[in-house]
Design a protein around this ligand. Sequence first.
Ligand SMILES: NC(=[NH2+])NCCC[C@H](N)C(=O)O
Length: 404
Amino acid sequence: MNLRINSEFGTLRAVLMHRPGKEIDRLTPYNKEFLLFEDVPYLEALQKEHDAFSNLIKESTGAQVYQLRELLIRVLYDEDILLKLVRESLKKSGLVHLAEDILERFSTAECASILTAGLKIHELRKKIPNLNSGELMESAFAISPCPNLYFQRDPMALTPGGIIFSSMKMDGRQREADLLRTIFENHADFKDNVNRLYPIQGHDNPPSIEGGDIIVLSGKAVAIGNSERTDEKAIYHAAKAMLAEGSVERVYEVHLPHKRNYMHLDTVFTILDENLVLTYPDALNSVLQTSRYTLKEIKDDKVHIKREVLNESLLTILEREIPHLEILHTADGNPDYSLREQWFDGANVFAIGPRRVISYNRNIHTNRALRQLGVDVLEIPSSELSRGLGGPRCMTMPLSRSRV
Ligand SMILES: NC(=[NH2+])NCCC[C@H](N)C(=O)O
């Protein structure tokens, strides 16, 4: 698997997902906002919906569906890797000195659970009765949970030139990118095929960038949202690395309002075929601030890139990059429904092949409009999955697609 993607819609061959687990049960009415959820989901129902999603992908495409937990356990068998991750995860609570004790008392599979679902002081005390946890309350987290891990789109991104490992903006998600990067840089199935574009060498605290903001417009062009989650500096470095690699010739920086319902560029639009884009009414026209990065020259091993501020809307850019562009609006533009359906990620469908998408069943008006255009729409249940405010594209990390 060469871990590069040159379209958003080539027939899916392999995808990474995470079946939600105990990390979801960490959500309460008090921490849900901090942990970026709209509500407190019912885990069993959430898992059923997620299973329906992953099974549908397998049945409809025959693609290989990797599960994060299995990949993680495999790399954690290397004790140095495990120790490093556990130490890193304990930094926030100031309990790094407990890392070795944890490794001694928990199995590798249990450590994988701790790294995803977190660990509370009182849970740790069961294994270490004389635990000195300082000022921390029994209900505090020694290791914080990652309830957003089923949004596999965000901790990294595949591009035509290689992989961008995210540096995640919000406190509640920061550990996710470490898990993914550790897997891809160490797992035997992947490590030799990783061309890391970001973070660049020597960046300890890289500026933030998240996978949901990165959309491959074509084998030669990539759009990155400058958003609530992705910083201008990160876009600059990622653009420079992509342009230096050579596959991508143009990187667009798209300024989004820094608001929760625009949190990532893929909440605004998704690409379903070589000339079909799904978006919500007015979004493409109202995004007016954009910039374009191109390569100037590579001289004495130094890469120089050019940034042009464009007075063009996102629509104009898409029209230039995608010949014969056809645009479909969520709920077909119906003012009574398009906002509702956009809120629950109507524009965020997951393309499993050209004009073949998986969509939330609740977005009935959008799904109907897609079908009227001849798109094959496969639906998944969405009562619980949608409470995290992410849609089918957000929940998937395609690792391989047929080239288009
Ligand atoms: N690619 C996306 N749009 N992801 C949606 C992520 C939702 C998640 N609750 C967050 O706020 O981070």
